[in-house]
Design a protein around this ligand. Structure first.
Ligand code: NCD
Length: 349
């Protein structure tokens, strides 16, 4: 367990490394396709310890004291950037925030040179978001090539991956089943319907890896333009994912419904007749939720289009909606990720 409540107090980091981060081998967290079930459980257990820290009056531990965490967000973000920043501060790291609009990018500097500038300032961990797939991977490869020891966390790249969102979703789901012991095993056999704009969603892609690895029964639902048939083979042909082009089939007996934002900024062409029609066919309403398990809970990574992906009153109903819990869980989960890579546990790849 992590001990010590405030900056300057000693924290049993070695204890944490054996009980919680044993076997951790990732220097970077770029996607979840290489994560083992043990890796997922390590994140869940480490996040549980940090959740306990966050319940104290002094919510800060010195785990990353003296380390520099730089947030390179080349794409807008509210939740993810603030959550990573708070997580880094709660671990006592120094934090730099980069804003593309007021940076030398506007003078023609390349992204790699921006990253190297922050490297020269002594950055230990880079948290990177970019609208192009592969940018965090490219920076991580350059950091490795230069033998810098810098760790890169992908905070969302294009339509490819959003590991920290999927991990906080995993933590939220597992905590609903057992608040005190969130473990991947808690999701074995649970039916989880992922509904909406799967095509453009890095959140859905990352969640597929973690939820299926946990033994959940994942179903995808949405219009064929947003959930194409070939998505069923996303995890490989030996793990087909059921696809539904009508919502009700996906909702029957579901334990959880994960809704996704219609990502209009990523749609090259008009893929829907209208938002009203989308809501009529795929919007989550109280009536439709009667098809699910009585204990059903709804998730959404945010930001939401209120009244489109789900009815506004469902989103605000704490008995149904896990949206705020997702945001809260994000801090402990991101503390866990920063801690796992930043405390030298992730010396592999
Ligand atoms: C998601 C993202 O940026 O991919 N949001 C988030 O990080 N909370 C989902 C989205 O933008 O719809």
């Amino acid at each position: 367990m992590l001990e010590g409540g405030s900056v300057g107090e000693s924290v049993a980091l070695d204890g944490a490394s054996t009980t919680e981060s044993g076997g951790w081998s990732h220097r970077h967290i770029l996607s979840l396709d290489h994560f083992s079930v043990q890796d997922f459980d390590t994140v869940l257990q480490t996040a549980t310890s940090f959740q306990e820290v966050l319940s104290r009056r002094t919510k800060k531990v010195p785990a990353l004291q003296g380390q520099l965490v730089t947030h390179l967000f080349f794409e807008p973000s509210t939740r993810t950037r603030s959550s990573f920043e708070l997580a880094a501060k709660r671990l006592s790291a120094d934090v730099l925030n980069f804003s593309p609009g007021t940076s030398s990018l506007t003078k023609g500097e390349t992204i790699l040179d921006t990253a190297k500038t922050y490297l020269a300032m002594g950055t230990n961990i880079m948290v990177i978001r970019h609208k192009q797939t592969g940018v965090p991977q490219a920076i991580a490869a350059e950091m490795d090539r230069l033998n810098t020891g810098v760790c890169v966390l992908n905070a969302g790249d294009g339509q490819h991956a959003h590991p920290s969102q999927a991990l906080l979703d995993l933590y939220t789901l597992c905590s609903v089943v057992d608040r005190d012991r969130p473990r991947t095993d808690n999701l074995r056999g649970k039916k989880i319907a992922i509904v909406g704009d799967v095509l453009h969603s890095r959140v859905a892609r990352s969640n597929l890896w973690s939820l299926v690895a946990s033994g959940a029964e994942v179903h995808l639902a949405g219009p064929p333009t947003l959930v194409p048939q070939d998505f069923g083979g996303f995890l490989g042909n030996n793990r087909p994912i059921p696809i539904h082009w009508t919502l009700d089939d996906a909702l029957v007996d579901a334990d959880f419904v994960m809704t996704l934002r219609l990502q209009k900024e990523r749609m090259g062409q008009f893929l829907l007749p209208s938002l009203r029609e989308y809501h009529r066919q795929f919007g989550i309403t109280r009536d439709r939720l009667k098809l699910c398990q009585p204990s059903v809970k709804i998730l959404h990574p945010g930001p939401t289009n209120r009244g489109v992906e789900l009815d506004s009153d469902i989103m605000d109903d704490p008995d149904l909606s896990l949206v705020s819990c997702q945001v809260t869980s994000g801090i402990a989960v991101r503390m866990a990720l920063l801690y796992l890579v930043g405390s030298g546990k992730g010396l592999g790849t």
